[in-house]
Design a protein around this ligand. Structure first.
Ligand code: G4P
Length: 534
């Protein structure tokens, strides 16, 4: 009984979230500051520590590059204020791939970092869409206020219009760039003055001035800034959405904080607000109904498979999100899709290049286990006496396509085997011409780096040389109502191409979004989807 109480306590103090942003908005810097508050980074040595940490990470990247695989998305776990926090890294930059989207399936909420001088950027928009599909709470940090930023009302308007989510500012910036004076805290009704002296430490106290004390305020931030602030606050109180925790947790309203990750201003306040409002590990839906994180015994699902982390052994690591109960390394569990009871091999927590073997973990945590080639993305693990499957992970629309040709046609068998295995790991998606056999293979990827990965891996692991011919398609749509539609007879635009995926689902490829709209117009009743659950 006391064990159950401990499990409940452990689960309820977990917060598992992803940080989403466009490259360069400040995701890494903000993460580093979070770790600093959590004591995971040594304070005194933080600047030096940062350089060393970067060095270590880049070494790891080089190794992975040589092996031709994308960088591991890691999980950072740290303690703060009694919470056990799991941050899921969503690979950005060149290694942006379908994995980036899948990682979001393992999160219970997301922190969205926006560069105050740029507003919503393309990668943020894509990642946001995936979060919105799951209705998870999203918390916005508008960063780089120490640099010239866009007008604050414009920024909020940009988030609302671009992403279709209501915003609720928790604080309000006073100027930006050289004129950045601090933020107005709407709850405390006071101004917190900007200081960049906290950079690498969490020490240093913020000066708080009540907004009613107009004279003092003017003295501290100047007449002009004070008057502008009073005006904006009045406008804001009348115009912005009311704070409503239910709406936040339903993913309809995003709380917004302004700050500067680099100078460490506004970060801890944001973290505190975030932890206060975000959710404990969420229940997940299985084919037997909803699985409660606390009431149910151990269960998990695989959301990512990392191939060949050690080339000598051709090993794979399956990353799983624990959805309920406690994981105990000594207890046997059931791999539902394989219908096999087993002990998970070498369960570990993976942080960049560090691996820590785990004995136990709880709902909300992410573990990596050695995979002898039995797991697939979306697979369920549970206790041997149970039998249920979690809802699968959707297949996301690739954005780049190429035709694959074998250089040596004698090696057909290896080629097919290699390409199918790599597709099974989820690094690429394979499509065929709608009416032909395997002869013509089209590969689709979310990030272009995956083309290089495919070429490299086929050469190195399967001894097959390929040539890739880029195709102009940028949009792919699954036919949602495929049973009601005669795909042969669909009339699209001249650039449209009909293909099918490995499961035989029909899909349409388009060069531009205009063609998608035209095709929908020309075929009444046709329903197209940007991801597939089949
Ligand atoms: P990312 O992970 O989202 O790609 O962004 P990252 O944190 O690496 O930040 C991108 C650049 O923006 C870095 O500069 C970083 O120092 C800077 N930056 C992050 N937050 C702030 C902020 O609040 N204010 C200002 N002024 N800059 C910020 P860099 O020159 O590319 O790298 P580095 O040499 O400084 O590490």
């Amino acid at each position: 009984m006391s064990d159950n109480r401990d499990i409940k306590k452990e689960i309820e103090r977990r917060r598992t979230f992803a940080i989403i942003s466009h490259p360069d908005a400040g995701k890494t810097t903000l993460t580093e500051k979070f770790l600093l508050y959590g004591g995971a980074i040594n304070l005194a040595g933080s600047v030096k520590g940062k350089a060393t940490a970067r060095h270590a990470v880049s070494d790891w990247m080089q190794i992975e590059k040589e092996r031709g695989i994308s960088v591991t998305s890691s999980v950072l776990q740290f303690e703060y204020d009694g919470y056990c926090i799991n941050i899921l890294d969503t690979p950005g930059h060149q290694d942006f791939s379908e994995d980036t989207y899948r990682t979001l399936m393992a999160a219970d909420s997301a922190v969205m970092v926006i560069d105050g001088s740029k507003g919503v950027e393309p990668q943020t928009r894509k990642l946001f869409k995936v979060c919105a599909m799951r209705h998870i709470p999203i918390f916005t940090f508008i960063n780089k206020m120490d640099r010239d930023a866009l007008d604050t009302f414009e920024l909020l308007d940009n988030v609302e219009k671009e992403l279709g989510i209501a915003t609720c500012p928790l604080n309000w910036p006073i100027g930006s760039g050289k004129g950045f004076k601090g933020v107005y805290d709407r709850e405390k009704k006071c101004v917190i003055l900007y200081s960049d002296t906290e950079k690498g430490t969490k020490e240093g106290t913020a000066t708080e001035v009540p907004i009613e004390d107009e004279a003092h305020l003017k003295e501290l931030i100047g007449n002009e800034a004070a008057e502008k602030l009073l005006e904006e606050v009045e406008l804001l109180d009348g115009a912005s959405a009311e704070y409503d925790l239910k709406e936040v947790q339903a993913g309809n309203l995003t709380p917004v904080c302004f700050g500067s990750a680099l100078t460490n201003f506004g970060v801890e306040i944001f973290l505190k607000h975030f932890l206060n409002m975000t959710t404990t590990p969420l229940p997940r839906t299985a084919d037997t109904g909803v699985i409660d994180p606390v009431l149910n015994d151990f269960s998990a699902f695989v959301f990512k498979i990392q191939a060949n982390m050690n080339k000598a052994h051709r090993d794979r690591v399956a990353f799983m999100r624990i959805c309920s109960g406690k994981f105990d390394a000594n207890v046997e569990v059931k791999h539902v899709q394989g219908n096999k009871v087993m002990r998970l091999s070498q369960p570990q927590q993976i942080m960049a290049d560090e691996r820590k073997i785990l004995q136990e973990a709880y709902a909300g945590d992410i573990i990596g286990v050695f995979d002898p080639g039995i797991f697939s993305i979306g697979d369920t693990l549970c206790m041997p006496k149970e039998n249920f499957r979690y809802e699968g992970i959707p297949t996301f629309a690739p954005e780049h396509f190429a035709r694959v040709r074998q250089v040596d046609t004698m090696k057909r068998k290896q080629f097919v085997k290699g390409i199918e295995q790599i597709a099974q790991e989820g690094a690429i998606q394979i499509f065929q011409e709608f009416n032909t056999g395997l002869e013509e293979i089209i590969v689709g990827v979310v990030g272009v780096l995956q083309f290089d990965v495919l070429k490299y891996r086929l050469e190195n692991e399967y001894n097959v040389e390929i040539k890739l011919e880029n195709l102009p398609y940028e949009h792919i749509r699954w036919i949602e109502n495929k049973d009601e539609v005669d795909v042969e007879k669909l009339t699209g635009t001249s650039d449209m191409k009909k293909v099918k995926d490995m499961k035989g689902n029909p899909l349409l490829l388009f060069v531009n979004s205009w063609s998608v709209g035209m095709t929908l117009e020309r075929n009444e009743g046709l329903k197209l989807a940007e991801f597939s659950r089949n």
